[in-house]
Design a protein around this ligand. Structure first.
Ligand SMILES: *[C@@H]1O[C@H](CO)[C@@H](O)[C@H](O)[C@H]1NC(C)=O
Ligand SMILES: *[C@@H]1O[C@H](CO)[C@@H](O)[C@H](O)[C@H]1NC(C)=O
Ligand SMILES: *[C@@H]1O[C@H](CO)[C@@H](O)[C@H](O)[C@H]1NC(C)=O
Ligand SMILES: *[C@@H]1O[C@H](CO)[C@@H](O)[C@H](O)[C@H]1NC(C)=O
Ligand SMILES: *[C@@H]1O[C@H](CO)[C@@H](O)[C@H](O)[C@H]1NC(C)=O
Ligand SMILES: *[C@@H]1O[C@H](CO)[C@@H](O)[C@H](O)[C@H]1NC(C)=O
Ligand SMILES: *[C@@H]1O[C@H](CO)[C@@H](O)[C@H](O)[C@H]1NC(C)=O
Ligand SMILES: *[C@@H]1O[C@H](CO)[C@@H](O)[C@H](O)[C@H]1NC(C)=O
Ligand SMILES: *[C@@H]1O[C@H](CO)[C@@H](O)[C@H](O)[C@H]1NC(C)=O
Ligand SMILES: *[C@@H]1O[C@H](CO)[C@@H](O)[C@H](O)[C@H]1NC(C)=O
Ligand SMILES: *[C@@H]1O[C@H](CO)[C@@H](O)[C@H](O)[C@H]1NC(C)=O
Ligand SMILES: *[C@@H]1O[C@H](CO)[C@@H](O)[C@H](O)[C@H]1NC(C)=O
Length: 842
């Protein structure tokens, strides 16, 4: 015994030295990874491009001086041919109906003075296409101007005039790409016929056609180009844009704003606007009528005139902003597309949770810089979706709910999906608790509101959208797990007690009503959807494993409220459902759980991941299923959420960080930390290095693209699972009883991470943990506040020492009184009381 103490003391000294060597002494070094803005007023970080008549654009970044956009008057009256002029073409497309509007494509449309109509040839990619104009009287021309439709721009063409006996070339153009193309003649020509011969067109969306809107008998000034400035805010941000206008010309010049999270989808129309979700007050750009007098303009939802003119969307989530001097013709006479505008400054009023250094109640740092970056990028992604629920900022608009107005909530996405969905909170809630405890009400407000909107049949709605009627099948169970998470991470049992009857009702009334009574498994009616509106019905592994997870969470919650008979009833049901899943849904040929009992080819990341998390899969099946998924679904940008394309056409190329979180946790839980980190590095590395950088996306599609194109949200709280995964499994800190009253420290000691440290605020005080691993010696040190108890798990070596006392050794030289549990390849020292402790395993 004495020998052991001596040996332990020596070890500790060594360890003390090693710890100093391995873990940097600066305990605030985690702060270097924080990416949130310093304050709510955000100014652009750079000008990416400018075009047209723009001066001093840099002032928008430097703050020095005034930026001017100006544009000459746009011509609205045009030259015309003498009355009686005719036009003939080599061919004419037949009249048809386009979007319900009847259209013609006659040659005469090119001389009718109407900019809506055009001549369209009928021979795509065949040349030449000719248009001959014949005037009843002679005209004198110094040139002509060809106005074409964007979908049929002539690239190479010549203009000839008739000199009485011959056609003579008067001008030729090659390589044109402009819709308005001037063809000057070298001298004035008097003629009664002009012929256009096209030998190449641009390939448009409808094919390679010539589409001439007008061929004017004169040189028409090019409309001066639309002045544009593209601003980069440096990272994804969310809030209300503000523009401080110094002045404008006295014709109410128009400013149009197009927002985008990525450069790929930055066009003259926002990557997403409310017009994409049914609210069409804007055509995808926000409009401003700039007055001559100074104006501080804030992007506010609504219209400045008549309820339908000069309109804006209000809040935006974006990184890039295109500012143009232009106006919609439908906004006349309140704005015009010309004049000048002087801008003092452009800034964003950031409305979401401001993650300053002092706002971090919990933090994380380890020896791997990239993992640290992922942790703080996830924190910022989540901050972007914590905001006040306002009728004018939710999306879609029909998500607005009187019972949530004015409350702090956690939305799904920043630019889009601005409605709190409880399945998303299963991930984003944990991220919030682990970073900013003072945002806990955001989760409570949503959980409580959804409970208050429970149906009489026990079903709990996923969100406020459609007046709480969107029929999702999985989200009632996420309500259960998220409610337990709220208690685990905050300890705030009192707030949740009144919702206990809702918990009983969802599990004891609704779940049985959708249970297949032959197997005891949930059977989803086709009228319900799920997290991705997947067309799976009947007995599906994901819903059932999630059901088991919910039942176990509910049992824990019931125990916390001293409802032990419910607890044991729900745990028994969890066990019975687990057994039924194993009997009905295991595919022994593949060594993984089937996605759907009726489809023998498909295996899902969601069902298999949660099978491990919920304990449905024993060790053999867990390892087999995780190996199967790693082998079948790994992509450069994460693991696909299905192993084939039978459910959705991109099943094996679509990646959800949401479902990947289950997979990643499952790998950590089963001793596959290296495979978990491999998945994390592919998935989060891909997103972190792709535009817009930092924030994590709603979903990833083929080849690592945004899975729903411009519509995809690039900042989605449900994709922040890397943060709880790193805290829970790399640092190893996890609450196991309400508010960390009981918690575990069980680092996974990944091969390529040599140390980690971090802390969490709890209702009892701060828990601080650090560990290092060097030359096979693991050292875990922690400080726990009064009222808490910890279980510490370290690798099984030759002995384990707690605060200098050997508490376990291979040769059984243990000190009594300390409960120690020997696992397959680890040792758990249980019920370590509050205070400062060090556990060493070598
Ligand atoms: C510790 O790290 C933080 C963040 O990188 C830095 O701001 C601070 O200066 C460092 N302190 C010391 C004493 O090096
Ligand atoms: C221009 O053509 C369109 C389409 O045929 C028609 O609806 C419109 O009334 C015309 N405009 C004028 C001024 O004739
Ligand atoms: C050429 O024709 C244009 C337009 O018809 C006219 O304005 C201009 O005066 C003419 N120039 C000469 C040199 O005749
Ligand atoms: C018309 O072209 C032909 C052949 O190039 C030429 O012989 C003839 O002289 C031209 N006629 C006139 C009026 O220029
Ligand atoms: C059109 O051509 C000009 C000159 O080559 C080029 O600068 C411009 O980018 C092109 N525009 C488009 C839309 O292709
Ligand atoms: C606009 O706000 C700025 C400060 O942000 C202030 O200096 C300026 O006077 C304001 N202009 C008007 C017209 O209120
Ligand atoms: C920013 O927006 C918030 C929320 O709408 C508002 O309370 C605040 O006054 C705004 N700040 C500025 C400077 O306009
Ligand atoms: C939403 O549903 C509730 C309860 O059915 C009803 O009282 C309320 O009028 C509905 N609200 C709207 C906007 O339809
Ligand atoms: C299973 O039994 C319950 C009653 O325990 C019933 O409510 C439910 O409808 C049954 N399920 C099916 C699919 O018939
Ligand atoms: C897991 O379950 C399967 C099927 O019942 C069984 O064959 C296997 O031995 C079990 N593995 C463990 C580790 O219990
Ligand atoms: C693939 O599965 C085998 C076991 O069948 C396993 O040894 C291997 O590590 C797996 N591959 C990956 C990439 O996980
Ligand atoms: C750990 O191993 C390294 C490399 O072999 C060695 O330099 C170091 O002294 C070792 N540390 C201890 C405590 O043995």
């Amino acid at each position: 015994m004495k020998l052991c103490y001596l040996k332990a003391a020596v070890l500790l000294l060594n360890q003390g030295h090693l710890v100093v060597a391995a873990i940097p002494s600066n305990k605030t070094s985690w702060q270097q990874y924080v990416v949130a803005p310093q304050n709510r007023k955000i100014v652009p970080s750079s000008i990416l491009s400018q075009s047209g008549n723009v001066s001093n654009a840099d002032a928008l970044v430097s703050g020095n001086g005034v930026t001017r956009l100006s544009r000459a008057d746009v011509q609205t009256t045009f030259p015309s041919w003498p009355s009686g002029t005719t036009a003939n073409a080599s061919s004419e497309a037949a009249p048809n109906t386009d979007n319900g509007v009847p259209r013609t494509y006659y040659a005469s449309n090119a001389i009718d003075g109407n900019l809506t109509t055009f001549w369209n040839d009928n021979t795509p990619a065949q040349y030449p296409d000719t248009l001959t104009i014949t005037s009843p009287t002679q005209v004198t021309l110094d040139g002509v101007t060809l106005e074409s439709s964007t979908d049929g721009v002539p690239v190479d063409f010549i203009i000839e005039t008739w000199d009485g006996s011959n056609w003579t070339e008067a001008g030729s153009i090659t390589g044109n790409n402009a819709t308005r193309c001037r063809v000057p003649f070298s001298q004035n020509i008097t003629t009664n016929q002009v012929r256009l011969t096209v030998t190449q067109d641009q390939a448009g969306s409808k094919g390679e056609y010539t589409r001439v809107t007008e061929l004017w008998p004169a040189l028409v000034a090019d409309d001066s180009a639309v002045p544009e400035i593209v601003l980069d805010f440096g990272k994804n941000v969310v809030g209300f844009l503000q523009i401080d206008f110094a002045s404008g010309s006295n014709n109410a010049p128009g400013i149009q704003l197009a927002f985008s999270e990525t450069l790929q989808y930055l066009t003259s129309v926002s990557d997403f606007s409310r017009s994409d979700n049914g609210d069409t007050i804007t055509p995808g750009t926000d409009q401003i009528a700039v007055p001559a007098a100074p104006l501080n303009w804030t992007d506010t939802y609504g219209c400045t005139y008549n309820g339908n003119q000069v309109c804006a969307d209000g809040i935006h989530g974006f990184r890039y902003l295109k500012i143009s001097l232009n106006a919609l013709s439908s906004d006349a006479p309140y704005t015009s597309p010309s004049g000048f505008v002087d801008i003092n400054s452009v800034s964003l009023n950031f409305t979401a949770y401001l993650g300053t250094l002092s706002s971090y109640s919990g933090w994380f740092e380890c020896s791997d810089q990239q993992l640290n970056e992922f942790w703080y990028d996830a924190a910022y992604t989540n901050e972007m979706v914590i905001d006040t629920f306002l009728a004018d900022t939710v999306d879609p608009r029909n998500s607005a709910s009187p019972s949530l107005l004015g409350k702090q909530v956690i939305f799904d996405g920043a630019k889009r999906d601005r409605d709190p969905y409880v399945g998303d909170i299963a991930v984003s809630g944990r991220t919030a608790y682990l970073t900013h405890q003072d945002a806990s009400n955001a989760m409570l407000n949503v959980l409580a509101d959804l409970a208050e909107h429970q149906s009489s049949n026990g079903w709990i709605p996923p969100a406020s959208i459609n007046n709480y009627t969107l029929p999702l099948f999985d989200y009632p169970f996420w309500w259960v797990t998220s409610t337990w998470d709220y208690i685990l991470y905050t300890g705030d049992i009192a707030q949740v007690t009144s919702y206990y009857p809702n918990l009983q009702s969802v599990l004891d009334t609704w779940a049985p009503s959708v249970t297949d009574n032959t197997t005891g498994l949930l059977s989803k009616p086709s009228s319900y959807g799920d997290y991705a509106f997947l067309s799976r019905s009947g007995i599906v592994t994901y819903y059932n494993t999630l059901y088991v997870l919910a039942l176990s969470s509910a049992a824990n919650l019931a125990n916390a409220l001293n409802q032990s008979s419910d607890a044991s009833r729900w745990q028994q049901r969890a066990d019975a459902v687990s057994q039924a899943i194993n009997e009905n849904l295991w595919d022994s040929a593949s060594g993984a759980y089937l996605d759907d009992s009726t489809v023998s080819t498909r295996h899902g990341q969601d069902g298999n991941g949660i099978a491990v998390l919920s304990g449905v899969a024993n060790n053999t099946r867990a390892q087999s299923a995780l190996d199967y998924l790693a082998n079948k679904t790994a992509l450069a940008y994460g693991n696909a959420f299905m192993d084939d394309d039978s459910l959705v056409s991109d099943g094996s190329s679509r990646v959800y960080a949401f479902t990947s979180y289950f997979d990643i946790q499952a790998r950590f839980l089963t001793g596959n930390a290296d495979s978990a980190l491999d998945e994390i590095r592919r998935l989060y590395g891909w997103m972190a290095q792709s535009d817009p950088g930092v924030t994590f996306w709603e979903g990833i599609g083929a080849n690592g693209s945004a899975y729903e194109g411009a519509f995809t949200s690039k900042a989605h709280g449900w994709s922040t699972g890397v943060l709880p995964a790193l805290t829970n499994y790399v640092l190893g800190l996890m609450p196991t009883g309400p508010g960390y009253q009981h918690f575990s420290i069980a680092p996974s000691f990944p091969k390529d991470v040599s140390w980690a440290r971090g802390q969490e605020a709890t209702r009892y005080g701060v828990v601080y943990v650090e560990w290092s691993m060097e030359n096979g010696t693991a050292t875990v040190s922690f400080t726990a506040p009064n009222g808490t108890v910890a279980d510490v798990t370290v690798p099984k070596g030759s002995e384990v020492v707690l605060d200098g006392t050997v508490v376990w050794s291979v040769d059984n030289q243990t000190v009594s009184g300390v409960p120690v549990q020997e696992n397959a390849d680890s040792i758990t020292v249980s019920d370590v009381s509050s205070g400062q402790h060090t556990v060493v395993s070598e």
